[in-house]
Design a protein around this ligand. Sequence first.
Ligand SMILES: [Zn+2]
Length: 651
Amino acid sequence: MPSLPPLLLVSLLAVFPAFGNAGPVAEQLSPLPAGSAKITGHIGQQLDSLITARYTSDFARQEIYPETEAALQRRVDDKLGNRSGYWQGEFWGKWMLGAIAAQRYTGDPALKEFIRKAVREVLSTQDARGYIGTYSKTDMTKGGWNIWGMKYTLWALLEAHDLLGDPEFLAAAQRQMDYLMTFVGPGKTEIADTGNFNGLPSSSILQPLVKLYRDTGEQRYLDFAKYIADQLPGVMTKGLNGEPIHGWFPQPEKWAKAYEFTHCVEGLVDLYRVTKNADYLQAAQNIAADIIQNERTIVGNVSQDDKFDHAPLRPDAYSEVCDAVYWERLCAALLRLTGDVTYANELERTLYNSLYGSMNSAGTWGVRRLALKAPHLVSAKHCWMEHQQCCVANAPRGFLQAAECAVMTSPEGPVVNLYLPGIFKSPLPSGGELIVQTDYPESGTVNIRVNPARTQEFSVALRIPDWSKRTTIKVNGTPLTGIEPNSYFKINRTWASGDRIELQFDMRGRVTRFLDANQKFMAIECGPVVLARDSAIANSTMDSTVALATDEEGCISLKARPAPAGFWMVFDAPLVNGGTVTLCDYSSVGEAYKQQIADYYSPPKSVKENIVPQPGVLPAGMENFQVWLPVKATDNLPTPHVRTPPDPARK
Ligand SMILES: [Zn+2]
């Protein structure tokens, strides 16, 4: 063991102390102050593109945004088509929440003023009862998405109040919620009987409702929040017992709606914050553990067609982008409260694969279903609007959420969760900055410059991913020991400006196997990135079986190749016959496809929902791709990285 410099103490952040029922609920990890992070590299560029395309460009302000506000004035969601009601009402709130998060990230004063003016305009649409929404029958509860839309509006008003401090925004949010409570609740229409999917979309108002309680202190909001939690099917019994969600719902392929359910669980986490009732947190953690075990796919999304229906059992699973965004949100909420590295690992997997694969590089449009096997399903416009679609409206929020989680603060010092290149200011109460220089995950080398405002003792905690079996860390050139995967490695010492941390992660290709009664597949991961075979670069046909040449640890020696335009990373993986199979990172698959179809479907052309591509049907001329590579039934599979699919018989 090398000798360590004086005052250099190294320890693992093992399990953070659990909270009791008494005492304040302290966050283990908190975001940096607004405007502190500036992320560069591939993810930073995508973030910048999304902010420009969807929030700050002339097109965004003059076309995309006004359409969301006009819907609140028109109120036609219950008059459109032959459904019981549409969801035009979600888009104002989604746009506003994304714009507010973008403003927090950039500090853009012009965007702040645009938000102020826009919210003021929307307040003028609030009627005497307090309703802001898109239904002509303002108290509609049967079918449709009325309360769902009200949720997004309530939430956006509260976040706008945080940003701008205008008491009118908070008062408008109260009037909106007070109006809802005149026709939904105990002795009225039960919230579980409203809208669609057993009331799950309506019940997800729980999360902004808890925020309304925190912002006002009004007991009636807390009472209503507890009422919603009690109404949620199974949460406080099955959730606490750790029963798999898949079995909670009759016909889970129809009813176990992932996006809305996940937001309800985030609401439980927030309810724990204000009640200190540990059952709410425990139920949420149990549900998250079940999702990781039984519902989350290799690319970090959590559904089959937006339902908790054992997507990991399907090599051709396809998942809604919103599920990835809200899974990421739930992981972020749990990470802040528990400091459990598991949730940061999940955030990284979702970011580099599902999120980064969801939008075109220009940030203008994306997909509504991400598939493990071609095709992705490109978003068609929703609800007869020209510029809106459910997942396109949420994906930028997912990127902004990741930016807020990259580097966080703890009482002991900065915590690095995601190794994104950039500058992260004020990781300590006294200020200072961390500068992260890296091309990770193209390579496993990360350099961090620690620049405290003054020389002082604190800890820098570094997430060691679960997959990095061999990690090296040096401080000012001195190697450290005791580094374990799937933990935070904490370096406690007296830091001075210019101190350097150098990390080297284990970027060997990892082979994961998948098999069921009839089929065998393998997938390859490199660091946090899942690889895929894509017909645009493949040197073999999509259906050809592969026999990968792995070492005794189940790892594979990947050889990087120059990536053609539209692709980020391309590798050759060795086969036992001496040949290779060419693979790319998952986020690059379908980029040409997304671009081509996004151009076709993008504004100003009008598209109806029913002409979008269908699952499993590859449109003519579009590239083919697959994550799970077929293996000959007679070939042996490497064993170290076994993926155990969930047991479909398990209830
Ligand atoms: Zn969606």
